[in-house]
Design a protein. Structure first.
Length: 255
């Protein structure tokens, strides 16, 4: 089986944003299907080591970690080069870098809002482009990009987060089309509200899901060679309705 056609059985997984609960749930689910070698890159060494220990207990053949700062775009090329060298290439690259930031209008703390844009759009976008370049050189591999349904319709509750994810989502979609003839696939994952550390304490809207449920949808999407994955599946139809709502109605939405 070639790397390009391996789907969820491909063996080498690189996670950018290596402490992400959703990304780690995806790797754990992949491990149930075939042995994995994993590289976790992120900015918190202690969290990365905890994640690595957990994956090793699940049976991953090898887990390596390295520090990576989404805002250090000048260092991204070296970080990706080192990770690919340690794994001997990568079959699946998960882009899971992201900040939620404060909910509501950004006028309360503009600097915090700018940081969300820098991490989610500029930082994650830089990593996505660097990873895409590496996979293109291999002429094989899949990019799994964690976007959000918030990318599709801006709402007062998550103005900056939605805008930042919209930028990343558009970049990922465009790369998916641009790289199709180079043996590289891009799968955009659009979860709704997911129960994680990042969302703890926030009110849960309808169709709230879990990291494990997102992982199931992602592994299924890898096998189906899907370009877009919604989690839960019904979120796709819910967003069709939300996108069609008048602006005056969306303005009153609190979640």
């Amino acid at each position: 089986m070639t790397t390009a056609s391996a789907g969820s059985t491909a063996g080498r997984v690189l996670v950018l944003g290596g402490a992400s609960e959703i990304a780690l749930a995806i790797v754990a689910e992949l491990q149930t299907r075939a042995p994995r070698e994993v590289a976790l890159l992120g900015r918190d060494p202690a969290a990365l080591q905890d994640a690595a220990d957990g994956l090793e207990k699940l049976g991953c053949a090898r887990v390596v970690t390295a520090e990576l700062d989404a805002l250090d775009t000048a260092g991204h090329e070296r970080a990706l080069a080192d990770a690919f060298a340690q794994l001997g290439g990568a079959d699946v690259v998960i882009v899971a870098v992201g900040l939620l930031g404060e909910r509501g209008a950004p006028d309360a703390d503009v600097l915090a809002a700018l940081r969300v844009l820098e991490v989610n759009a500029l930082g994650a976008g830089s990593l996505l482009l660097r990873a895409a370049q590496r996979l293109r050189e291999q002429r094989a591999g899949t990019l799994v990009v964690l976007s959000s349904v918030a990318a599709l319709r801006p709402r007062p509750a998550n103005v900056v987060y939605g805008a930042s994810k919209a930028a990343l989502d558009a970049l990922a979609q465009g790369l998916g089309m641009a790289l199709a003839e180079d043996g590289v696939r891009v799968m955009v994952v659009r979860p709704g509200f997911v129960r994680t550390r990042m969302t703890r304490g926030l009110p849960e809207p309808p169709l709230t899901t879990t990291a494990q449920a997102v992982a199931w949808r992602v592994t299924d999407g890898l096998d189906r060679r899907a370009a877009t994955v919604w989690a839960p599946r019904s979120m796709r139809w819910a967003m069709l309705v939300i996108r069609a709502l008048p602006r005056s109605v969306v303005r009153r939405m609190r979640q």
